[in-house]
Design a protein around this ligand. Structure first.
Ligand SMILES: Nc1ncnc2c1ncn2[C@@H]1O[C@H](COP(=O)(O)OP(=O)(O)OP(=O)(O)O)[C@@H](O)[C@H]1O
Ligand SMILES: [Mg+2]
Length: 263
C-alpha cells in the first residue's frame, strides 16, 4: 500500500451532493474543513451550497445550518422549491436551520422562528450564537452565504482574516464541514491574475477554494456557459481542469471530463 493511499484512508470524506463533483475530489470534501466557494453574480453559489445542505440531510443524514445574509429566507425557500427541495419540511423536522442575518444587518426585526439577536457588528458573540444553533440540531454541515456580507462592517483585511480564522477554528472544533461563499468580479482565465475572493485573504485561510464562472455566451454548438474550477483542496488530489457545470431542474451537476471523452 502506498503512503498516499494509507493517508487517504485517514481523511474522512463528506459527499458534496453535487452530481459529478465527488469523483473529482477523492470522494468529497475533507471532513471538518472549510471550503471557499467563490464566483461572480449568478454563477450558482447559493444553489450549490443549499444543494450541499439539502442532499446532506436527505441522502446522508447530516443536519445542516444555512446562515444567510444576502437574501430573505422566505425567498430562498421559494426559489429552492424549483429544484424540488422543500427546505421548510426539513426545518420542521429539526434537520435544517436557516439563520437570518439579513434583518440583523439592516436593523429590522425578523419574522423567522430562529433568529440571532446579536448585532452583526459584534462578531465574537455572533459566532458563538451560530455555533449554539448548530449544536442544537447536531449539525455536521454549515454554509455562510456570504462572507463579504458578514464582514460588511470591517474594512481592515487583518480583521476580516481574523474573523474567518476564528469562525473556521470554531467550526473545525465541532467537526463541521463548511462552505463560505465569497464574491469575485467577472474575470477571464488567462487574462491577468485571477481573483479568488472579495477581500483577497479568504483563500489563504480556507482549506479549499472552488471558483464558479459564467462565460456569458454559449458556443455555436450549444456548449456550456458555466464552469467550476478547483483551485486548491488541502489533503486532496483534485482535478485541475476547468469543469463544465450545468444548472438543471434538479440542481447542479458537473461533468467529469474523462467521462465526456469516453462518450
Ligand atoms: N431552475 C433553474 N434552472 C436553470 N437555471 C437556473 C434555475 N434557477 C436559477 N438558475 C440560474 O442560477 C442563477 C442563480 O444562481 P444562484 O442564486 O445560486 O447564484 P449566486 O452565485 O448565488 O448569485 P448571487 O451572486 O446573486 O448571490 C440564475 O441567475 C440562473 O441563471
Ligand atoms: Mg447567492
Amino acid at each position: 500500500m502506498s503512503v498516499y493511499s494509507k493517508l487517504g484512508e485517514f481523511m474522512e470524506r463528506v459527499p458534496t451532493g453535487i452530481e459529478g463533483l465527488d469523483d473529482l475530489i477523492e470522494g468529497g470534501f475533507p471532513r471538518g474543513r472549510t471550503i471557499l466557494l467563490s464566483g461572480g453574480c449568478g454563477t450558482g453559489k447559493t444553489i450549490s451550497s443549499i444543494q450541499y445542505l439539502y442532499k446532506g440531510i436527505v441522502e446522508y443524514d447530516e443536519p445542516g445550518v444555512y446562515v444567510t445574509i444576502d437574501e430573505r429566507p422566505e425567498l430562498t425557500r421559494q426559489d429552492m422549491l424549483r429544484f424540488g427541495w422543500d427546505l421548510r419540511t426539513l426545518e420542521d423536522q429539526g434537520k435544517l436551520r436557516i439563520v437570518d442575518l439579513l434583518r440583523s444587518k439592516i436593523g429590522l426585526p425578523s419574522e423567522e422562528k430562529y433568529q440571532i439577536t446579536t448585532e452583526i457588528k459584534d462578531m465574537d458573540r455572533l459566532i458563538l450564537e451560530i455555533m449554539q444553533m448548530a449544536r442544537e440540531i447536531g449539525a455536521r454541515r454549515l454554509v455562510v452565504d456570504s462572507l463579504p456580507a458578514l464582514g460588511i462592517h470591517m474594512n481592515d483585511p487583518t480583521k476580516i482574516r481574523d474573523m474567518i480564522l476564528k469562525l473556521s477554528f470554531m467550526l473545525r472544533k465541532d467537526k463541521l464541514t463548511s462552505i463560505f461563499v465569497s464574491e469575485v468580479p467577472e474575470q477571464q482565465f488567462g487574462a491577468g491574475p485571477m481573483h479568488f475572493s472579495k477581500f483577497g485573504v479568504e483563500e489563504y485561510v480556507a482549506d479549499a477554494v472552488i471558483l464558479l464562472h459564467y462565460l456569458g455566451t454559449s458556443d455555436s454548438e450549444g456548449g456550456t456557459k458555466r464552469t467550476l474550477y478547483i483551485r486548491k483542496m488541502r489533503a486532496t488530489k483534485h482535478s485541475e481542469d476547468i469543469i463544465p457545470l450545468y444548472i438543471t431542474g434538479t440542481g447542479i451537476r458537473v461533468e467529469n471530463p474523462e467521462e465526456a471523452f469516453k462518450a
